[in-house]
Design a protein around this ligand. Structure first.
Ligand code: DON
Length: 568
């Protein structure tokens, strides 16, 4: 049945078609493109163009993904990065599926209570706005490792477009100009940040040419010397000097010792599909699979879209999966995460056996969880090519512009990923997520993530590449895109555009976007004793995705933001 679903409507044109769809509930246009050779969707049209050009000039989707990663560090600085980390899921043309972890690590001098005062209380802002908030960056090592092991082009070739964009500049898109202006007070606290994101102490206007000379030099050093151009030599000196300006703990040893890790992907099935997700230290792959396992026994076809029963069912799956996240998940190199148990269908059956179709379960109490006040910025991009490569990448500095500290002289921002650890049991992180011993801080440990880059295969061929930013909502966004496409049989554009809802166990609330729930559904959910059904203060997710159709691809940007989808 599903095979049929994915082989209908195949009259693709060989040119790129860009549809602009204006939606009432969203701010930006959605770009949709179709083509036969390759497709890319990212949060930045300039970065997507870099990826497309790489493929058009003979590069693979892996080359393109690496080039897009470096380009995003230039064109989308709130989340694209050199100073952060991320995850890559990769389906190679030879049919292997691989998971690359380039998550940041805690510095060697990190300690369990480093964000607490002498009385044992959390010092507000310390894990978010300071040099101490930064983990050891993983992006440069990760992207270069992917290129060396699975790419076809040289480092110089994939870095050239990012260097050009940084050196020659580009007209500043209006959404980025708005972000710069919104964060200017924070940038002004650090001279190097003000130098990068302000024009001689004035805000940049949309359309002005924005150049980043220091960043261009850092990128050139990486092109020349590979990972040593970043983790050793001048850039490493600049990072360590920056730490000295603010009590940060990243040392030369941390930098030269950083290693990305190729891990065994989370492989699960959902109906006729294989679902490949990121293993710990991401919670994403496990949670998506766990929730799909809970949903699988139920009918969720087209007729069940946006029905109160469907939302109730999904919320109850989310409640249980996120409760497990808080208890069991952390860095597998430091804590025995029960990976097999959590992704087991029999466990899902048992875990969901108290599901009541009539009533909401109790998340105990609304508890200490809080909904984030910090703006959310991570970014996801998807690339596929006709050779069978499919790449799903989510990368981040954690919150928007990380700790907002640009490494002076090196032109890139540092992350504030240390906040993703459980800095104290029972104290929620900026996304309201709770944690325990599994995710406690320890030297060189990776902090737990929700980033969920996902690849769906059908009959061993890549079918769908998706994922999202959005802190705790990453996982539920990814789940909804999967259910919308695989169950509700929506087109990818509608599946991505469709308004979303979110539940994360604690706080015991259903957050929903405008249009996700109508009045009838809200009152039906209230009758089932769902407490706290509240409009989401944020757009939920940003799922730039690509799908294969019989003889081609469709790429789709998420209309919640100003992304770009291209194909040829
Ligand atoms: O790894 C994580 O789960 C978080 N650091 C992701 C942060 C995020 O998605 C922020 N924004 N959209």
């Amino acid at each position: 049945m599903f095979k049929n679903l994915f082989s209908i409507g195949q009259n693709f044109k060989s040119y790129t078609l860009v549809l602009i769809i204006c939606l009432p509930a969203v701010t930006w246009a959605q770009t949709v493109a179709e083509g036969k050779q390759g497709a890319v969707a990212s949060r930045s049209m300039l970065a997507s163009q870099v990826g497309l050009d790489i493929m058009k000039n003979g590069g693979s989707a892996v080359d393109a993904a690496v080039a897009v990663g470096f380009a995003l560090a230039v064109t989308y600085p709130s989340a694209g990065n050199l100073g952060g980390g991320g995850f890559m899921m990769l389906h190679t043309e030879s049919g292997e599926v691989l998971a690359l972890d380039f998550r940041e690590t805690a510095p060697g001098l990190a300690s369990k209570n480093m964000f607490l005062d002498d009385a044992g209380s959390v010092v507000k802002g310390l894990s978010i706005e300071t040099h101490l908030a930064a983990g050891v960056p993983g992006s440069v090592a990760g992207l270069l490792d992917a290129l060396e092991k699975h790419g076809t082009l040289s480092r110089q070739q994939v870095l050239a477009p990012a260097i050009k964009l940084a050196e020659e500049g580009f007209p500043l898109p209006s959404d980025i100009a708005e972000q710069f202006s919104k964060h200017q007070k924070e940038f002004q606290k650090h001279p190097a940040s003000a130098r990068s994101f302000m024009n001689q102490n004035k805000t940049y206007q949309a359309g002005e040419i924005w150049k980043q000379a220091d960043l261009a030099n850092t990128l050139k050093l990486i092109a020349q010397h590979g990972r040593d151009g970043f983790y050793k030599g001048k850039v490493a000196e600049l990072i360590v000097a920056e730490m000295g300006r603010g009590n940060g703990r990243i040392s030369h040893k941390d930098l030269s010792g950083y290693e990305p890790v190729w891990r065994e992907p989370i492989r699960g099935t959902y109906r006729s599909f294989d679902i490949w997700g990121m293993p710990p230290p991401s919670s994403g792959g496990i949670l998506v699979q766990q929730m799909l396992n809970m949903l699988e026994p139920y009918t969720l076809d087209k007729s069940r879209r946006n029905r109160e029963e469907t939302i109730h069912l999904m919320v109850e799956a989310e409640r249980r999966a996120y409760a497990d996240r808080a208890e069991y998940l952390g860095d597998p190199d430091h804590y025995p995460v029960p990976v097999k148990k959590l992704q087991d269908k029999a466990y899902a059956k048992q875990r969901f056996s108290d599901f009541n179709a009539q009533y909401a379960s109790d998340s105990e109490a609304i508890g200490p969880g809080k909904w984030p006040e910090e703006s959310r910025e991570t970014t996801h991009y998807s690339v596929m090519d006709a050779k069978g490569n499919a790449v799903s990448v989510t990368t981040t500095l954690n919150t928007a512009y990380g700790n907002k500290i640009v490494v002076a002289g090196a032109g890139f921002l540092l992350n504030n990923e240390m906040d993703d650890f459980s800095i104290k049991p029972g104290v929620a992180n900026t996304y309201g997520l709770l944690g325990n011993e599994a995710n406690a801080i320890a030297p060189n440990k990776r902090m737990l993530s929700s980033m969920s880059p996902t690849i769906v295969t059908l009959d061993d061929k890549p079918l769908l590449v998706t994922g999202s930013p959005g802190g705790s909502t990453i996982i539920t966004t990814t789940l909804q895109v999967l259910v919308n496409v695989l169950d509700h049989q929506m087109t990818l554009a509608s599946a991505v555009k469709s308004p979303r809802f979110h539940h994360q166990w604690k706080p015991n609330k259903i957050f929903y976007e405008p249009g996700a729930l109508n009045e009838t559904e809200i009152s039906a959910l209230k009758n089932k004793k769902h407490v706290g059904i509240v409009p989401s203060p944020w757009k939920i997710g940003d799922a730039n995705s690509v799908i294969r159709r019989n003889r081609g691809f469709i790429s789709v940007s998420d209309p919640r933001n100003m992304g770009g989808a291209l194909a040829y």
